[in-house]
Design a protein around this ligand. Structure first.
Ligand SMILES: Cc1ncc(COP(=O)(O)O)c(C=O)c1O
Length: 456
């Protein structure tokens, strides 16, 4: 049996999969942030190109990937599926573990799967500048990489804590030509307001999104780009699962469990949605989304309409949320510090098709080191949440005497996360556990907004 199951470029999937077309119950629409009625395509025009708005609202099962996007995907796709034999030996499991290695993209994660598509559609519609937020720095790097290919300016608002923890992510973005600001910044009204109220604010994805949107709406040649959460982002990521299905077939295996970490939900949706398509047709398959205990959106959040950002500029989305004012503790998995969750993923969790688990960061880093020592690749702290869960699921299956085949998404490498590993080895990392009492006021406020929403 081969360690790496690879596909040729000719086998690269030519279409993204839109799960909405197969869902018996359709997800609720986004709602206008002021008028509190369902959003119309025109409402989104200042932010996104029409092609992406159409994808956001589409219920077509498959969407063709443009040739120019496929051309750039070929730089690193198809990505390998790897049998983690050495990890299996290290944790002494009888389970079979496979992982899809999305860390082989030049920026180091799954994020360019949507960044390239988003940059392409913006370029096609004559946009000159794309603005965005970044938490871990992976998304900002991916969008900088993508914009570079289409001659677009890229302005990135990087959450302050990550900006300080990961200076080389910033340099990477600059190599590809992007402009990078620590968020909250002095560049925007919302940034200045937050800094005047709390000068030491560590920043959050919610704040950085507000800043990026503010810049985009003030410039008619600029658009905003989001690295997760929205339907079109999840759609672009399904290339991961489509490849994985072919590769599991070549391996002569099929997963009992599919696992991925979740921040806004895009890498997990990317690997799991094509498998959920099979589950909806009757295949037995378990799907587990993994999040940090410090920001446990799916396991502790409320299922309500909430804003995607702190400044209340985005449409309201029906999702699991800890409230848009929630500032997650400064954990090192910056990409998982998001108060909300992709509405599509939330919908599937609500309907019982996907389960969720939360882990504290010390256990997560322990699993990351086990993985790095056995399989050789150093995982991103975000990805390490998935690895922690894989190890636990394997041990649980062993205890029950029913070994399983486990597939997980290796969403990114941790080459820029050495400060985090350093702090782990020095014993300077602590665990955080979210307490709903901290978010109570926030959630009460949201309930009031939810009562005023009109679906007509
Ligand atoms: C390596 C990696 N994995 C996972 C995530 C979480 O995002 P998502 O849930 O959208 O995949 C991030 C976000 O920055 C990331 O950088």
């Amino acid at each position: 049996m081969e360690k790496k199951i690879t596909l040729s470029e000719a086998e690269l999937p030519q279409r993204w999969y839109n799960i909405i077309s197969d869902l018996p119950e359709k997800p609720a629409p986004p709602v206008h942030p002021i008028e509190l009625r369902p959003v119309k395509p025109d409402d989104l025009e200042p932010l996104f190109p029409m092609a992406l708005i159409e994808q956001e609202m589409s219920d077509k099962r498959y969407i063709e990937i443009p040739v120019d996007v496929l051309d750039i995907y070929r730089i690193w796709r198809p990505t390998p599926l790897i049998r983690a034999k050495k990890l299996e030996e290290a944790i002494e499991t009888k389970c079979k573990i496979y992982y899809k290695n999305e860390s082989v993209s030049p920026p180091g994660s799954h994020k360019p799967n949507t960044a390239v598509a988003q940059a392409y559609y913006n370029y096609k519609e004559g946009i000159e500048t794309v603005t965005t937020e970044t938490g871990a720095g992976q998304w900002g790097s991916a969008l900088s990489f993508a914009c570079n290919f289409f001659g677009l300016n890229c302005k990135v608002f990087m959450v302050k804590v990550s900006y300080q923890q990961k200076p080389y992510r910033k340099s990477m973005m600059k190599v590809w030509g992007a402009e990078v600001h620590s968020s909250p910044s002095e560049e925007t009204e919302i940034g200045r307001r937050i800094l005047s109220e709390s000068p030491d604010n560590p920043g959050s994805l919610g704040i950085a999104i507000s800043e990026a949107i503010e810049v985009a709406v003030k410039d008619e040649k600029a658009h905003y780009s989001l690295g997760s959460v929205l339907n079109h982002v999840l759609l672009h990521q399904t290339i991961i699962g489509e490849e994985a299905i072919k590769q599991m077939g070549i391996a002569g295996d099929y997963p009992d469990v599919v696992i991925g970490c979740v921040g806004g939900g895009s890498n997990f949706a990317g690997i799991v949605f094509p498998f959920i398509r099979e589950k909806l047709k009757g295949k037995e398959i378990e799907a587990i989304a993994v999040e940090p205990t410090s920001c446990p959106t799916l396991t502790k959040g409320e299922y309500l309409y909430d804003f995607g950002d702190t400044g209340k500029m985005t449409p309201l989305l029906l999702m699991h949320t800890l409230g848009h004012n929630f500032i997650p503790p400064k954990i090192h998995a910056g990409g998982l510090r998001y108060h909300g969750m992709a509405p599509l993923l939330s919908h599937l969790v609500k309907n019982g098709l996907i389960k969720a688990r939360a882990y504290p960061q010390l256990e997560v880093f322990e699993a990351a080191v086990t993985f790095a020592k056995s399989e050789g690749i150093i995982p991103a702290p975000e990805t390490s949440h998935a690895i922690r869960c894989v190890v636990d699921v394997a041990k649980e299956a062993d205890r029950e005497g029913k070994p399983k085949t486990i597939l997980f998404n290796f969403s990114g490498h941790g080459h820029f996360d050495m400060t985090a590993y350093e702090q782990y080895f020095e014993g300077n990392l602590e665990d955080y556990f979210f307490d709903m009492r901290d978010a109570k006021k926030n959630i009460e406020e949201l309930r009031e907004i939810n009562r005023n929403i009109s679906m007509s």
